[in-house]
Design a protein around this ligand. Structure first.
Ligand SMILES: *Cc1c(COP(=O)(O)O)cnc(C)c1O
Length: 361
């Protein structure tokens, strides 16, 4: 039918585990003897309810989520949460803190500005987001309703290596591009959220893990479907949820558990990215974009000595089976997105290809 699967370095929607795709394909037209596809089922039916509750339970287990927190599945991706967060939380004091370490944290801040007073607690904009600020450089406002940051900067290829200390101010974190890739103490967070299309599932939903104490204080004009209180009370089923996406998330979570869970993912992501960072450290042609101590294990950003050579590299890499390596226009050059589902051979072989390319050029 078609050629073999290639190594897909897309930033998102991105690579999914092959066994998950195969299982979904096998169940596509007849889910476990029901005579119908999961896509065709009522979200209120018994079979789908089983899928939904199991997915929720598996996520709770995978991330060791305490009972103080509720898992919500909401439509609209991470970007919809940029609005939902201030609508639900900023009313407490009218103020919020934002850490600006890349594109998405800046977009989130601009959206929140519509609803209250924003303090920029720290920013890496002075060096085009090539680094992560240190704790001592973060100015937390004691009267902020919450503190928002983005744990992995998908476009710039930087990752927070620590959880910021914010005292009594609830932590809200956009974990879209590194959720489920490392063990984490969820109890430290007011909200963890992420679009599912990077490390969890096909596009179509956001996962929101919220300390239940934060719900119920939303602005009166908050759309019903963006109210955390409404979503908690209706178990994310006030209306039709993205049923097939959540079924796929369930399959990914089963796959993740088989691999050894988030502990195994943390080990694997360090190994996977090392192949590429070793090339960058050895090379006279390839240059890493991010500071060494801020390097992301999920998105590796780099360039060569010229834009022409970048183009040549991207073209030749694609022909050799390494797809979607073009960097975001804000950074230029190349970006290899290497999420949980990227096989280790993907970066091993790309690293070898880079060394060969350098030798030839
Ligand atoms: C991709 C991404 C987003 C945007 O996600 P959508 O689901 O498309 O809204 C937000 N934040 C981060 C960190 C991302 O990587």
């Amino acid at each position: 039918m078609s050629m073999e699967r290639i190594f897909n370095f897309s930033a998102g929607p991105s690579v999914l585990p092959l066994p998950v795709l195969e299982e979904a394909a096998a169940e596509m037209t007849n889910y476990k003897g029901t005579g119908m596809s999961v896509m065709e089922m009522s979200h209120r039916g018994k079979v789908y309810d089983g899928i939904f509750q199991e997915t929720k339970a598996d996520l709770k287990k995978a991330m060791n989520i305490p009972d103080t927190h509720e898992i919500l599945f909401m439509a609209g991706g991470a970007t919809m949460q940029f609005s939902a967060i201030p609508l639900n939380l900023i009313g407490k004091t009218g103020k919020a803190d934002y850490a600006l370490t890349g594109n998405f944290s800046t977009v989130a801040m601009k959206e929140a500005k519509k609803y209250g007073e924003i303090n920029i607690a720290c920013s890496s904009e002075d060096k085009n987001h090539t680094y992560i600020p240190e704790q001592k450089d973060i100015k937390v406002s004691p009267d902020a309703s919450y503190f928002h940051y983005c744990s992995n900067n998908t476009i710039y290829g930087t990752e927070w290596k620590y959880i910021p200390e914010t005292g009594d101010v609830p932590l809200v974190c956009d974990m879209s591009s590194n959720i489920l890739s490392f063990p984490l103490d969820v109890s430290k967070f007011g909200i963890i959220y992420g679009g599912v299309q990077k490390n969890m599932a096909p596009a179509g939903a956001a996962v929101v893990i919220i300390n239940k104490e934060l719900a119920g204080h939303e602005h009166p004009l908050t759309p019903k479907l963006l109210s955390y209180k409404v979503m908690i009370e209706s178990d994310s089923m006030n209306n039709t949820p993205p049923t097939y996406t959540l079924y796929m998330l369930g399959l990914v979570l089963k796959w993740l558990e088989k691999q050894g869970g988030v502990e195994a993912m943390a080990k694997l992501k360090a190994e996977r990215s090392k192949y590429l960072y070793d090339v960058l450290d050895d090379s006279k042609m390839f240059i890493g974009c991010a500071d060494k101590d801020a390097r992301s294990d999920m998105n590796v950003t780099f360039r060569t000595t010229s834009a022409e050579l970048d183009d040549k590299f991207i073209k030749e890499a694609k022909a050799a089976g390494f797809d979607t390596l073009k960097g975001h226009r804000a950074v230029g050059g190349m970006r290899a997105s290497i999420y949980n589902a990227m096989p280790i051979e993907g970066t091993q072989k790309l690293a070898a290809f880079m060394r060969e390319f350098e030798a030839k050029n």
